[in-house]
Design a protein around this ligand. Sequence first.
Ligand code: AKG
Length: 341
Amino acid sequence: MERREKVEVPIFTEVDRDSFVRDIYPERRPAVLRGVHLGPCVEKWTVEYLGQRGGDKEVKVHVSTVPQMDFLRKNFVYRTLPFNEFVKRASEEKHSNFFLCEDESYYLRSLGEDVRKEPADLSKQFPDLAEDFQIPHFFEPDQFFSSVFRISSCGLQLWTHYDVMDNLLAQVTGRKRVVLFSPQDALHLYLSGDKSEVLDIDSPDLKEFPEFVKAQRYECVLEPGDLLFIPALWFHNTLALQFGVGVNVFWRHLPAQSYDKKDPYGNKDPLAAARALQALERALHTLDELPADYRDFYGRRMIQRIQKRTYLFNPSGTTEPDNPECTLVHAPNLEESPAEK
Ligand SMILES: O=C(O)CCC(=O)C(=O)O
């Protein structure tokens, strides 16, 4: 099968809360929002300023000898640095002080005060910098979950993964390429938990990952000041085209009680999904009581039953819903959307 043509993520301008909630959010598709006011951070957040205002608070960062981070082979280490020293190093190509090699790459995903319990919140960990960043109020205040610094060296690539909450990724400084895949392409992405094992999404090894060609690639380049709406469950892979500072804001799309309370990262499956997966494990264990040919027979029937009960669209890709009770309307195809709105 030929690789599918990539689809550009549509760019929307002049977006305010009303138009976001009315026109963009219900589609449950990624969208670049250009020109939303993010506060003075867009002008102010130079390396020097970030260092001064962020100070020497210690941060735990990813450090790797190569810019493409590999969670399978763990080609990175975690190291602790004062924030101002981290920002300086992440912004330079060669370092006089380093951990692994003089051109090592850095990545910060900021954490809460108690990393195991508390989600990251810029206003708590970096109050002086948080003042400069205006969270777009595109959701109700009680839906807010976390605000997370994403600061990367030029060239840094973060593996493809999904989160379980809705997300606005604000690219405050520096340009960043983001590639996304729909949740409906999950089976073509070779998942290991919440991450795809296909690390090289630009020239994947198709002997190892033959199904990857079936995944529809959505792509955008974020300019400084852009926001990217990443709906929950959409896979995303980021590549910093320059040293850059981003902040992403997660918020709860489902009722608060649907989420795992012990999830400071916002990437644990909703409780009902986790329970259903456990029940499936138990069902499979029960099938083990039968010989292989019976397991095969009942396994196939179970798959069909699951597809019929849960898929919004049937596996052949037509828009005919398998589940007649389903009320979600098929969102318009992005290919048909004009790029600038
Ligand atoms: O911008 C990045 O480096 C990663 C962003 C991300 O993974 C997210 O917003 O969930």
